[in-house]
Design a protein around this ligand. Structure first.
Ligand code: URP
Ligand code: ZN
Ligand code: ZN
Ligand code: ZN
Length: 484
């Protein structure tokens, strides 16, 4: 049985051309003119692109006294509805717990996925067990990316000594370090001060995490990663200070990548101020939404290439869950959704405005991600032999985003009322049509785990690694003469 996508324009990260695409047994088997298939999908007027990859989700994650409300079923259904065909979720060990035990929980949850998925792991504590587990996870579980929380003091946060130890171990093993870059000590201080002064509402969340908190932590993580000799991926880059640090590091030849979220690119801090409590609390996430100046910086980064990918950090909580924080903003579960909206929102605000070309859109939503995470060209490509994770994108199709018609299981949408133009006509997950013109035909459990090997070639290209590990010349021996 073959499926042919007919009469579309293939758009990859570097090419645009008219061709039909044949899919058999879940992979692309031929690209060329006038192909015939058992089933034909009409892509007239559409772009045929690699399906989106969302490198940052939290599905059914235990966090701040509750669980995020989208699980692997509803989360991946939302993803497919918006043209995303792979998600990468964070498996979180409890402090003291082995990484392998934590992974078992994520293995169990993910059996319900409608599309392919992979895992990052978080390093939430440090010890001999984690030192050993990292090797096992990288060598036997196909996971090569590890997040370190520099914030959430008293919960997920690790200190600099732990981070440095972990980074050095990852450098040895060919892993990539990831950071949630906010100075957790300063956030804790500012939060306590705001609460003591009677600022209990959701807007205080934004005051407690100013851009400096993120800029400082991003700089620190970059320097520690450089000393450890490990590539660094900075998640949810939201402000100019953090972007500047990443840009500078890249210009110095360091392997550092920044990941802005679609939320930070398109929503700003006015979502917190002069709003009703629910409106603001639903938008509480870390880092918080920023002002226009920071948004411009993020867009500039995507255009220039100093920022590499666009994610969602999809971590959806219902209004009832957000209300845990009535009277104390530090108890509002942090997180927002976006899986279904990332691709249409980025197309609308990126491609339709002329900021990004369609090829750049493919790069930042899919191909760059697959390359950084080391699953290219199985994912992120329209090439013979690649998985048939494809989106047939109709640039003329529009809608108004609304919680009433979304796949996510929560009761609101942070993009409510926003018009988008550019939506999937078809979304294919390994050759299966999961979405056709808004009609959802997903299959629970269809998703498979994507293994990602250690990235040894990237480590070799680091700038200062050799210098730092080279034997040092002995400058001086013996007792210095007096007066020196
Ligand atoms: O507020 C956020 N970002 N919640 C999800 C967890 C994280 O920090 O990524
Ligand atoms: Zn984070
Ligand atoms: Zn996150
Ligand atoms: Zn149709």
């Amino acid at each position: 049985m073959s499926t042919v996508i007919k009469n579309g324009t293939v758009i990859t990260a570097d090419l645009s051309y008219h061709a039909d695409v044949r899919v058999e047994h879940g992979v692309i088997t031929e690209i060329g003119p006038d192909l015939k298939g058992d089933t034909e999908l009409d892509a007239t007027g559409c772009y045929v692109m690699p399906g989106g990859i969302d490198p940052h989700t939290h599905l059914e994650m235990p966090f701040m006294g509750t669980y995020s409300s989208d699980d692997f079923e509803s989360g991946t259904r939302a993803a497919l509805a918006g043209g995303t065909t792979m998600v990468v979720d964070f498996a979180l060990p409890n402090p003291g717990e082995s990484l392998l035990d934590a992974l078992k929980r994520w293995d169990n949850k993910s059996t319900r996925a409608n599309c392919d998925y992979s895992f990052h792991m978080a390093v939430t504590w440090w010890g001999e067990q984690v030192f050993d587990d990292l090797k096992t996870v990288i060598e036997t579980r196909g996971i090569n990316t590890f997040k370190h929380f520099m914030a959430y003091k008293g919960a997920l946060m690790v200190n600099d000594d732990e981070m440095y130890a972990s980074f050095k171990r990852l450098a040895e093993l060919g892993g990539t370090a990831m950071v949630h870059a906010e100075n957790g000590d300063v956030v804790a201080e500012l939060s306590a001060k705001l609460l003591a002064e009677g600022n209990t509402g959701p807007e205080a969340h934004a005051y407690s995490r100013p851009p400096q908190v993120e800029g400082e932590a991003t700089n620190r993580a970059i320097m520690i990663a450089d000393m450890a000799g490990v590539p660094l991926y900075v998640v949810h880059t939201s402000c100019e200070e953090a972007h500047e640090a990443i840009r500078r590091a890249k210009m110095q030849g360091k392997r550092v990548w920044g990941e802005p979220l679609i939320q930070h690119l398109t929503l700003d801090e006015s979502e917190y101020f002069n709003q009703d409590w629910d409106h603001a609390a639903r938008r509480v996430m870390s880092p918080p939404f920023r002002n226009k100046q920071h948004q411009d910086s993020l867009w500039n980064g995507l255009q220039s290439g100093s920022l590499s990918v666009v994610a969602t950090d999809h971590c959806a909580f219902t209004t009832d869950q957000k209300r845990f924080g009535v009277g104390d903003f530090t108890k509002i579960p942090n997180g927002t959704g976006g899986l279904e909206d990332r691709m249409p929102m980025l197309w609308t605000h990126g491609v339709n405005t002329g900021r990004l070309t369609p090829n750049e859109f493919v790069a930042v939503t899919s191909t760059n991600i697959a390359k950084i995470l080391n699953c290219y060209p199985k994912k992120g490509a329209v090439l013979v032999g690649a998985d048939a994770d494809l989106v047939v994108w109709d640039p003329e199709k529009g809608k108004t985003i609304s919680a009433k018609s979304q796949q996510s299981s929560i009761d609101y949408n942070v993009f409510e009322g926003k018009e988008v133009k550019g939506l999937p006509r078809f979304t294919l997950t390994r050759g299966q049509v999961a979405v056709h013109d808004g009609e959802i035909r997903t299959q629970e459990g269809h998703g498979q785990f994507v293994e990602r090997e250690a990235n040894t070639t990237v480590n070799k290209a680091l700038s200062t690694w050799k210098e730092l590990t080279a034997p040092r010349p002995v400058v001086r021996t013996g007792i210095p003469a007096t007066g020196v």
